[in-house]
Design a protein around this ligand. Structure first.
Ligand code: GDR
Length: 324
């Protein structure tokens, strides 16, 4: 059997996860083809081709899959506001739910041997019924975003069983990096700590400091997904660190990294609290460790410090450019 050329189609290639996946897969010898619906984001230097794709356009998806004949598809394209996820429930359902069914249909139509990995979300657990959450924990979504992701997750299971597709769902807990946008609390805090330490700003206003999350590194999360598609069997996996920290812990680490006390600079606005905050979200990554040999390489403190350092570099560079 001649080895098939490894071609990875990465949707959302200009986003945080898509850009890390493009780098990882290119380094592993893949020809990388990306799709994007926008021009902004992180230039996918390692992508051989970037196609524009609006997730609602299934005909165009079929054309892209036909043209590039990927061996693997990674779906990172998603509608993720990071500010509540209640703003546009119909759009969220189309992009985070129905678009995944369209990808599965395109795989069936063009080449059922294509392997597929979906970036699913711990938001599917919503208000979790057990702690920590594993692949066996029942889902209980509490937002349109979580419900749409769960629809996609269920369709993946159905297509795997019914049509024998190599389709997998990575149940990703929060995963962060310097490439996060400031819509997310980690980057909002890392940027604020950097800006305040440089004397550019005085304070930052946040929502609930007691909210807890299982925060990992985005580069580790995409590596887990690559391992999932390299496995012998298609299966779903929780991708998490197994630990939680609070937003307060995040502030503590970020501000102390630049020699400051967060209590002097962080304000709280109660109207920014989320209406339905999942209180017990923490993943159990033991299956990924046991079956894929996957483990996170970067812990919480190192992750936050990396993000603050990157923001210091960016702000210093911007200030030099503007001659400030
Ligand atoms: P999340 O990430 O909603 O978990 O979604 P986010 O960083 O927005 O919120 C994390 C926690 O921080 C609290 N918080 C604040 N959040 C923001 N954005 N801004 C603030 O000022 C602030 N203050 C406190 C929030 O209430 C929340 O508890 C991420 C995304 O990656 C999704 O795509 C993914 O599905 C889930 O994680 C798992």
């Amino acid at each position: 059997m001649t080895a098939r050329e490894k071609v990875a189609l990465i949707t959302g290639v200009y986003g945080q996860d898509g850009s890390y996946a493009a780098e990882l897969l290119a380094a592993c010898g893949y020809k990388v083809v990306g799709t994007t619906h926008s021009r902004g984001g992180h230039p996918a230097a390692n992508a051989m081709a970037v196609e524009s794709w609006n997730l609602r356009d299934e005909q165009r998806l079929g054309e892209i899959v036909e043209r590039h004949r990927p061996s693997e598809i990674f779906n990172f394209a998603a509608y993720s506001t990071g500010t509540g996820m209640y703003d546009d429930p119909v759009g969220i359902c189309e992009v985070n739910g129905l678009a995944v069914l369209k990808i599965l249909e395109a795989i069936r139509a063009v080449d059922p041997s294509i392997r597929f990995c979906q970036a699913s979300s711990s938001e599917m657990f919503g208000e979790p019924v057990a702690k920590p959450q594993s692949e066996l924990t029942p889902f209980n979504p509490r937002s349109p975003y979580g419900a749409a992701k769960l629809y996609a997750h269920n369709m993946i299971g159905i297509y795997r069983t019914r049509f024998d597709l190599f389709a997998c769902s990575a149940i990703l807990f929060n995963h962060e990096s310097p490439r996060r946008t400031q819509n997310f609390v980690t980057r909002k805090v890392s940027r604020a700590a950097a800006a305040i330490s440089l004397g550019l700003e005085q304070a930052v206003t946040l929502g609930n400091l007691d909210a807890r999350r299982d925060w990992g590194f985005a580069g580790d999360a995409v590596r887990a997904m690559q391992l999932m598609l390299a496995a012998d069997e298609p299966e779903d996996y929780v991708v998490a660190t197994g630990r939680t920290q609070s937003v307060r812990d995040l502030c503590e680490v970020a501000f102390s990294h630049v020699g400051l006390d967060y209590r002097d600079h962080v304000r709280v606005n109660a109207s920014d609290f989320r209406p339905a905050e999942p209180r017990q979200l923490v993943g159990d990554p033991s299956k990924a460790k046991r079956k894929l040999g996957w483990e996170p390489t970067i812990g919480f403190e190192a992750l936050v410090q990396m993000m603050v350092d990157a923001d210091l570099d960016r702000l210093r560079a911007a200030n030099t450019t503007t001659g400030a």
